[in-house]
Ligand binder design. Sequence first.
Ligand code: FES
Length: 154
Amino acid sequence: MFLRARRDRLPMPCPPHPPPHPLPPLPNPPHLSPTPSPRVPPLPLMSHPPTDSFPADETFAVRVEPMDWHFDARSDESLFEAARRAGIRLPTSCRNGTCRACISVLVEGSIRYRVEWPGLSSSEKEEGYLLPCVAVAQSPLVIDVPEAERIEPR
Ligand code: FES
């Protein structure tokens, strides 16, 4: 009796469905298309030349104050790399111009940066601060880095 009552409450079975028919394939969206659209030119691999593509044909003398240490810096390497090659360790952490652990003072000379946006404000740049991890010598330099240490040259 109990089972019969439950069976009475079950829904009616569905009528038979029509046979499935295949849908036409959807076209690929343009960004997933295996062949590029002729209207969209291919993207260049690099939109800007690398900022570190300067030739290594110049070398500049760098003096580190207040120790009066000296090293030569090529125009294709950062001051940090050049100093390390000469056995001078400048303070560093990120080495990409963002953390500011290497912040120092440019006493004399001119530099350029390997990165487009080094972590210095324009007023800090005007006051003579520099980031040696991404700074490249453009002339003989005098930099003030009291935290510099002597290490084995590399
Ligand atoms: S080491 Fe981080 S900004 Fe120079």
